[in-house]
Design a protein around this ligand. Structure first.
Ligand code: EPZ
Length: 417
């Protein structure tokens, strides 16, 4: 396992560019299974999870290539609706292929997906929704889905799951009749997927709301050559918090600030200056901020669960108390025990973390257990006194492209070990 060595207390200064969102590209790649032509996705990085998803596409018989930062995906030659076990276990997004493969082949075999290890990651909602569209599901660890045909249905989600919403949109695109998804997720990545599919000829209405209607069509025939996914709002938020935690001044280009309003509202006026333009966020830290009070993570547009660990790390160095309630996953506070090694004052009470900020954090030997807690450890190490060593860099690079190079360019004392 490679690691990062960070000598803290350097302020971050300069410009950083953020590209297309990991959690937008992954469902977009899955949706290419519905197409019989190649599409180019602009502004893409070769991050870990995307590479695994592309290897899965290749194992199904599909093809991909990069030309600079444009990712071309061609699923016209996909012929095996069988998801490979080992690769599927590496990422949660492998489950996003169930819907499109079922829509195209009327059958698919798979294993339960992998993903970040923060508690149970069931897929019952995915399977229940696909059953309502006409799928028969058998097996448990090894799943077999069959459908004579897919027929539109009214599906009410018990929870506005991002992946379930995406899976059902892709499955119902080519179903007979109308599908209505009630209590659908409203994340920007959903709207991005629907925009892409509608440009191809799908008939999807209500993206970004809690009620999405899909009128099934026979085939997606509008051959578009290129599509630009939305920027990675979680990566943008991560660099914002890193800037604040080092007292720096950074311009984040490519950012769509409308996707980060929940974070901006929390940090605005808390000893930092922010200016917002259509495709960039400029942030200047003017001193150690105060505790952030109470924050609860919840589905969009509330504060995103994927920024919970980075925010928790930042809160450890503030003047005052912050209470963070994790409202999406059952067990996403793995970062707390690592931060305590740095002298952080954190108390976990069920699904709440109580942080009493102290700006006396010191470097330590740390381990990134998942992507976002790894990002949080980097934020904390950048602001701490002394040297930190963070192992598990591969886990962080699942979603952050060249994070060490980008931070070094901003003035961080960071090296890959
Ligand atoms: C997506 O995961 C993201 N991943 C996650 O980002 C993100 O944290 C999550 O949405 C919430 O925003 C990708 O897009 C690849 P969910 P997903 O289904 O779709 C429960 C990152 O760091 N649930 O919205 O898997 C589930 O356990 C990753 O980039 C069921 O119970 O998340 C969770 O408690 C981490 N049964 C809640 O719903 C199901 O069948 C929300 O999960 C599905 C989900």
């Amino acid at each position: 396992m490679s690691k990062l060595i960070i000598n803290g207390k350097n302020k971050l200064y300069g410009k950083v560019d953020v590209k297309s969102a990991k959690n937008a590209i992954l469902p977009l790649i899955a949706s290419c299974v519905l197409l019989d032509f190649e599409v180019g996705f602009l502004n893409c990085n070769e991050i870990g999870d995307v590479s695994v998803m592309l290897d899965i596409i290749k194992s199904l018989g599909g093809k991909y290539r990069y030309e600079g930062d444009t990712l071309f995906v061609d699923c016209s030659s996909v012929y095996i609706p069988e998801l490979p076990c080992e690769l599927s276990k590496k990422i949660r997004a492998s489950v996003f292929l169930l819907g499109p493969l079922l829509a195209r082949f009327r059958k698919v075999s798979a294993v339960t997906p992998g993903g970040c290890n923060f508690g149970e990651r069931p897929i019952g909602m995915h399977l229940d929704g696909l059953k309502m569209l006409g799928a028969e599901v058998s097996g448990s660890e090894h799943l077999y889905l069959r459908a004579e045909k897919l027929t539109g249905a009214k599906i009410e989600l018990p929870f506005p799951s991002v992946g379930v919403t995406e899976n059902l949109i892709m499955a119902s695109c080519l179903a007979e009749g109308e599908t209505v998804i009630i209590n659908s997720a409203k994340e920007p990545e959903i709207a991005c997927l629907c925009s892409f599919l509608n440009r191809l000829g799908a008939k999807i209405y209500g993206a970004g709301t809690s009620r999405i209607t899909v009128h099934g069509v026979k085939k997606l025939t509008n051959k578009i050559s290129y599509f630009k996914p939305i920027t990675d709002r979680i990566e943008v938020g991560t660099y914002m918090l890193a800037t604040l935690n080092t007292g720096g001044e950074v311009e984040i280009s490519g950012a769509n600030f409308l996707h980060n309003t929940s974070l901006i509202k929390k940090i605005y006026n808390n000893t930092c200056k922010i200016s917002l333009e259509s495709d960039k966020i400029y942030l200047k830290c003017c001193g150690v901020g105060n505790g952030l009070g109470f924050i609860k993570t919840a589905p969009y547009p509330s504060f995103p669960t994927d920024l919970q660990s980075p925010l928790l790390a930042y809160a450890c160095s503030l003047n005052g108390k912050t209470v963070i309630e994790e409202g999406v996953f059952k067990n996403r506070f793995a970062i707390a025990n690592e931060l305590k090694k740095m002298n952080a004052n954190i108390y976990i009470d069920g699904n709440r973390a109580v942080i009493n900020g102290t700006n006396r954090l010191h470097g330590a030997v740390l381990n990134a257990s998942d992507l976002r807690s790894g990002a949080g450890l980097i934020i904390s190490a950048l602001g701490a006194e002394g040297v930190s060593e963070i192992s598990g860099l591969e886990v962080i690079e699942r979603g952050y492209f060249e994070i060490d190079k980008k931070l070094k360019q901003l003035g961080a004392d960071i090296t890959k070990g």
